[in-house]
Design a protein around this ligand. Structure first.
Ligand code: NI
Length: 189
């Protein structure tokens, strides 16, 4: 089932996500719904707060991006209760977007490598290092589970310039190709 994506401004996007366990009700279906929602909105990552659940769960499918161009082999992975152990390597500035913030794209400076511990959808524990595009998408989605949006990380001048746009988005004054729930518009569309 495709779920509406929660738009910028909703408090659920600002919560620190709770850890979950394997008994979390409807977890398999939730993961399936998140993949369906992400693909239907052409995203390469989606975090649970973006569909209204403040829990430590996000998905990534960077295999959709041209691997050669981005110097990385893409991953399709579910991350549960992820813990970033270290962000390191040279910082790189790359343009990012977010399904909760349609039509806003801004440069974000992030370290190129991430060392992360997480559980997969079968609750098997992994500890891995990701780099380049994978590290970027993982950091972006992980940040969602900490209540951080990529627009928090842009330079102060750019932040001021996009402030109005962010308010417009909260009010639903945008028209993306996918269904969204706008905190200041009280309806899904
Ligand atoms: Ni995002």
């Amino acid at each position: 089932m495709i779920l509406p994506v929660i738009a910028y401004g909703d408090p659920v996007l600002r919560k620190t996500g709770d850890k979950i366990n394997a008994d979390y009700p409807g977890l398999e279906q939730l993961i399936e719904d998140m993949f369906e929602t992400m693909y239907s909105s052409h995203g390469i990552g989606l975090a649970a707060p973006q569909i209204g659940r403040a829990i430590r769960l996000f998905i990534v499918d960077s295999s959709q991006i041209d691997a050669e161009e981005n110097n990385t082999i893409g991953i399709k992975q579910v991350f549960i209760n992820a813990e970033i152990l270290e962000r390191y390597g040279p910082k790189e500035e790359v343009e990012e977007g977010c399904l909760s913030i349609p039509f806003v794209r801004e440069n974000v400076l992030r370290p190129s490598k991430v060392h992360i511990r997480y559980y997969d959808r079968h609750f098997v524990e992994h500890e891995e290092v990701f780099d380049e595009m994978n590290a970027r998408v993982i950091q972006h989605e992980y940040d969602h589970t900490e209540g951080i949006m990529f627009t928090d990380l842009v330079k102060p001048l750019r932040k001021r310039l996009i402030k109005k746009k962010l308010i417009q988005i909260s009010k639903g004054a945008v028209n993306p190709s996918y269904k969204m729930k706008y905190p200041l518009a009280s309806k899904v569309r």
